[in-house]
Design a protein around this ligand. Structure first.
Ligand code: GLA
Length: 361
């Protein structure tokens, strides 16, 4: 590949239609990319040094990897680190970062940053990194450098999604299929409700859920919960592990059922699967909070076909499948319900399936 001296690259946030906490269980997910994205303007430097400016805060962090980088710039350093680890000659660079992906909302602002930086550095260095290998690199950057034990969904979505499609990803084989998601063509919309619930203990809880799933798989004698079926649960005697596993097993089945309906163009019928996914996250996986439960219940009462929380949990966003013409009414109903309960006002917007990471100029 020919190296370029400078350019502008973008990578999007994502929303997950269905398949939550299944990625690190070798299971199935169905995310799509959002129009909200992180944009990196970059130029190559002739020395092994990286200088990163956030246009949001005006802050600049400069590093050469001789010392650990912390804070938001750690996500950038992590990408430089992982590329070097993989044997690539990463060029020094000056990077300027802008983003309209809301942070802390479960929409993968970190993956958007990692994937945009990875695209920029790959092109600046003329590095030959096939697009299918990029999600694993970005995930490893986050796992090993930043120290977040995330699965592979977010980085895959930010890299591989296509406009107008959801990405069906088998997180074991990493096989993908682009599933057409023509919402507007069927008069539908996906309303996103950012609960703006304050996040608490998120990292510890995420790691605890992952550890429980791995423990359950070990006790069942299978490589991952992807390989378990509901009948296996009678072989576990820990009530908590039974519930955690039941979420993953039923969630994987719901992803496959959703895809079967989407393939037949029966979009409205995925609503009950979305709502069942939420109930499973609330009751079995225990990762919802009152704000997201309220958003789901109110959206359904206001006429949504289905609604569920998306992302790691403990706050963040809910997505509701609605008739396009009803989206504003549903959003209003949720805003009113939040006010009545004394919650922070939610933010709402419509999600349009958008393209994955690419060079803008
Ligand atoms: C976060 C992680 C993903 C995935 C989801 C839950 O977004 O980064 O890997 O585990 O939570 O589905």
């Amino acid at each position: 590949m020919t190296a370029v001296d400078q350019g502008v690259w973008a990578a999007p946030g994502r929303i997950n239609l269905i398949g939550e906490h299944t990625d690190y269980c070798d299971g199935f997910v169905l995310p799509f990319a959002l129009p909200q994205r992180t944009v990196v303007t970059a130029e190559r430097l002739d020395r092994p040094e990286w200088s990163v400016t956030s246009t949001l805060t005006g802050e600049t962090v400069t590093f050469d990897l001789s010392e650990p980088v912390t804070g938001w710039a750690a996500y950038v350093a992590a990408v430089v680190w992982v590329l070097r680890e993989a044997g690539h000659e990463v060029p020094g660079a000056r990077l300027s970062i802008d983003s309209d992906v809301p942070g802390g909302a479960g929409l993968s602002s970190s993956a958007a940053l990692e994937c945009a930086v990875l695209s920029a550095l790959a092109d600046l260095g003329g590095l030959d990194i096939p697009v299918e290998q990029r999600p694993s690199l970005a995930q490893r950057a986050e796992n090993a450098y930043v120290g977040v034990p995330c699965g592979i969904m977010d980085q895959s979505a930010s890299t591989l999604c296509r406009e107008g499609h959801a990405l069906f990803l088998d997180c074991r084989s990493l096989a993908t299929e682009q599933i057409p998601l023509d919402l507007a063509g069927q008069g539908l919309a996906i309303l996103v409700i950012d609960s703006r619930a304050p996040h608490q203990l998120v990292d510890g809880e995420y790691a605890a859920r992952r550890a429980a799933c791995e423990r359950a798989a070990e006790l069942l004698g299978v490589p991952a919960l992807r390989d378990a079926v509901l009948d296996d649960l009678s072989r576990l005697d820990d009530e908590l592990l039974i519930r955690r596993s039941r979420h993953v097993i039923t969630e994987n089945a719901r992803v496959l059922d959703t895809i079967a309906l989407l393939r037949e163009g029966r979009l409205r019928e995925i609503g009950p699967l979305m709502t069942a996914s939420h109930a499973s996250m609330r009751d079995d996986f225990e990762i919802t909070v009152p704000e997201v439960d309220e958003a789901v219940d109110t959206a359904l009462a206001a006429g949504a076909y289905g609604a569920r929380m998306t992302g790691g949990g403990f706050g963040g966003c809910v997505l509701a499948l609605v008739e396009a013409e009803k989206a504003a009414t549903v959003a209003e109903a949720v805003t009113t319900a939040f006010a009545a309960r004394g919650f922070n006002p939610p933010a709402t917007f419509l999600a349009l399936p958008s393209p994955g990471a690419h060079r803008l100029s």
